[in-house]
Structures are given as structure tokens and as C-alpha cells.
Design a protein. Sequence first.
Length: 151
Amino acid sequence: MPENLSPREVFLALVNGVAEGRWEELPDLYAEHTDVVHPFHPLRAPALRTRQELREHFASAGTGPRLIRRPANITIHETVDPEVIVAEFEYQGTVAETGEEFTLPGIFVIRVRDGRIVSSRDYFDHLTSARIRGGLGTLLTALGSDTENRT
């Protein structure tokens, strides 16, 4: 991975790599020690802090229904900090097994240093993601269990 990639180039490599299912390559876009959080994850998933944790995360992303997707409607906002961008985008696609079409919006706030992601806040529509992957029932059950445990 070239170390001189800009934050814009790293983001585009990331979303295109996800769309193309290049799960084994994606962790190399991140620094060895990083901080990747999904603040809107309904189950409050823990941060991913190492490249190895990202390998495990991306390996599981390649399981389940086959999603044919492409990044679309990309808007990248530069910030006053040259390491940081805010990227708005969506994946548009189809669930191969069912033919269901989907749009999955996201916003990433990414800090890139020396051509690698050192931190990222990834905001996704997790309910749509669970639904198109066939996991909405499991997610809702987990949310119900979590609510019951708090009362």
C-alpha cells in the first residue's frame, strides 16, 4: 500500500474495496493501531483498535447473502485539518439471492496519516444493513434482550 495516499484516495479505496468484496486487502488501509467506531450501531459494538481486529471484522462482512453493490452519490468534504475528511455516500445494490434492491447510506469521518486510516467514525443505517443481510430478526431480538436486561 503506497504511503502517500491522500485521505480522499484512501476513502475511495475503502468504499470500492468493500463494493468489490476485497475483504483481505481492506485492513491494509488502516494503521496497525487505529480507532474505528460505529457510534450508531444499535448494540454499541466495541471500537476496532488494531489491524487484526479489522481483519476479523472484514472477514465476517464477507459472509451471509451475496450483496452486489457499488458506491454512489459520493461527496467528500475537506476540512481545515489536512488529515481529516468527511465523506457522505451510499451503497446501491441488490441482494443476489432475492433480487431485493437496496440503498445503504453512510457518513465516514476519517483521519488518514501516512496513507493509512488512524481513526474513523462510521455512521451507517444499521437496520437496513441487518435487513439486507437477513439478520434483522436477530438484531431486534438482541435489542429486546438488552432492553429487558436494563429494566
